[in-house]
Design a protein around this ligand. Structure first.
Ligand SMILES: [Zn+2]
Length: 547
């Protein structure tokens, strides 16, 4: 590839900005600037790094993956609350993974070697000639390496095609896949994270004896009629994921001294007698499966209704674990009542080297920088990331194309928690604080952009303010307009209707119009901007007023 001078200068500039940013962050130590208190956990400006081709990693061994009875989903009931165990029956035909893997530390690299047996069902009306996977560790935002050594389709070897800087792996189909048909594949893979790796938000990597592996095995992409397979390479200023709910079953072997923490529930752990153990776990219907393994994790557990909430803390983090547990229990209790029930048996909150915090299905991380008793950002980050269990995890969406759908509602959950747990005075202050922030941004000349743009349509600074500040203010104004009871009923309808599914902007409008009986097209257009499902006359009318 020829490097264009402009791109080279861009990289160099990015690198310099990164060095300065890193210096500023490190010079802040563990204390947050006072003016950040009560603000949402905005993400840092991310240093663009030159894309690299993954380092060739030789395959150490070929893994056997047992045959799977795809019609039997009973094992996954263990990951659900008893009242929701039957929900797994809706996923008999869903995408499903059986992963066998080994985690090892070799020098300065954490390696996960393994294989997965995957069953994909074509739920579209189109006939497909390929099945597409995403190899997330190769994304700039994750900063790791994933190599797929071989692919079998229906028991026969097949040569996959890599695209989009090795973030897309296409399996060409020998027989077209008609609507309703399924295909079974086995992929042998290795995922690597170098020690000290700190890409993007530090959500993936190996640092201080902790391996934080997001999207660590090849994951099926989403096929949409009209749009085709989702192959976007997301910018690094927002979230990267777009997935349908799937069922995950995993057995992973790791050194005995590592504590495994993952999306889902453990079925059993076996001591192999050679310094390793093998953990067998299953998920409920979830979008991805997060894995963390670390030495010296302590755990403090509590219960809200019949949901087990576990706080995993690092040495020195014991005193913050108690308030962290209280924040988590209160958040789940408030959100269950406000938006609908969390259906999974377990929720983990994990202290890691993540920059602020990160949402994963059934598991959230919170930064070690804020992991201290009395630090208000610990409460904010736990409330925020748990809020994503409803808006991202339970109700999914294209986080790159329409980040407002999950992110703005999640920040609204912080307001809702503040009102329910700390009372009206604190909630009013929260709203005032957000208006002050928005007005300050506008005062600096920041543009009043619509909410419904893709992540790449915003600059880093605009993204942070429009999605994280204007977005929740939209919901607060909508709540004022409809009344709190109607507003929450509409959100409950939205969650009930799209739980385990994928929502679009029009689905939010529909739920609020249906419950309130009001025509809200003009209100939505004013704040959110144009989206498919709005009455076109609203946009035409708005244009005549502004002309
Ligand atoms: Zn968020």
């Amino acid at each position: 590839m020829r490097i264009r001078p402009a791109r080279l200068i861009g990289w160099l500039l990015g690198f310099l900005i990164g060095v300065v940013l890193a210096w500023l962050l490190s010079s802040c130590g563990g204390t947050a600037p006072p003016n950040e208190v009560r603000l949402p956990p905005l993400r840092p400006t991310v240093t663009p790094v030159p894309p690299t081709t993954p380092t060739p990693i030789p395959q150490a061994k070929v893994f056997d993956v047992p045959a799977v009875d795809w019609g039997d989903v009973s094992a996954f009931r263990a990951a659900m609350r008893p009242a929701f165990a039957d929900d797994v029956l809706q996923f008999v035909d869903a995408n499903r993974y059986y992963v066998v893997a080994e985690l090892s530390i070799e020098g300065n690299v954490a390696l996960i070697r393994g294989a997965e047996r995957v069953r994909y069902t074509n739920h579209s009306q189109d006939t497909l000639d390929e099945i597409v996977f995403r190899l997330y560790p190769n994304f700039t935002a994750l900063g790791g390496t994933m190599v797929v050594h071989s692919v079998e389709l229906e028991g026969e070897p097949i040569q996959p095609i890599l695209r989009a800087r090795d973030t897309v792996l296409s399996v060409p189909l020998t027989q077209p896949l008609t609507p309703g048909q399924s295909a079974e594949m086995v992929l042998q893979f290795t995922t690597a994270a170098e020690r000290g790796m700190n890409a993007s938000y530090s959500m993936f990597g190996y640092h201080r004896d902790v391996i934080s592996a997001s999207e660590w095995h090849p994951l099926l992409s989403v096929y949409e009629e009209g749009a085709g397979w989702w192959e976007v390479r997301p910018p690094t200023n927002g979230d990267s994921l777009y997935h349908e709910d799937s069922l995950f079953e995993t057995t992973i072997t790791m050194p005995q001294e590592y504590v495994p923490i993952f999306s889902g529930s453990e079925l059993e752990t076996r001591d192999n007698g050679d310094g390793t153990k093998t953990v067998h776990y299953v998920s409920g219907p979830m979008r991805t499966s997060k894995l963390i393994a670390g030495k010296d994790y302590g755990v403090l557990s509590g219960q809200v209704e019949d949901i087990a909430v576990n706080i995993y803390y690092r040495p020195g983090g014991e005193s913050a674990a108690e308030p962290a547990l209280q924040f988590a229990l209160d958040t789940v209790r408030v959100n269950n009542r406000s938006f609908g029930e969390y259906p999974y048996a377990e929720l983990d909150v994990v202290e890691t080297f993540v920059y602020t915090g990160m949402e994963h299905p059934g598991l959230v991380t919170a930064s070690e920088r804020w992991w201290e008793r009395g630090n208000p950002l610990l409460e904010t980050v736990i409330v925020h990331e748990i809020g994503h269990q409803w808006f991202y995890s339970l109700v999914g969406n294209d986080q790159v194309g329409h980040p407002w759908i999950d992110e703005s509602l999640t920040v609204y959950t912080e307001y809702n928690y503040t009102l329910e747990v700390h009372g009206e005075k604190k909630a009013r202050e929260w709203v005032q604080n957000y208006y002050d922030r928005y007005n300050a941004y506008r005062g600096r000349g920041g543009p009043d952009l619509p909410l419904n743009l893709s992540t790449s349509a915003y600059t880093d600074a605009n993204y942070g303010v429009i999605i994280y500040v204007k977005g929740p203010l939209f919901y607060i104004e909508l709540e004022k307009k409809l009344g709190r009871e109607t507003f929450l009923k509409a959100l409950q309808l939205y969650v009930a209707r799209h739980r385990y599914g994928i929502a679009h902007s029009r689905d939010i409008l529909e739920a609020f119009e249906e419950v309130s009986g009001q025509d809200l097209d003009a209100f939505f257009y004013e704040w959110v901007g144009w989206f498919d499902g709005l009455d076109p006359s609203v946009a035409e009318h708005a244009q005549t007023i502004t002309q």
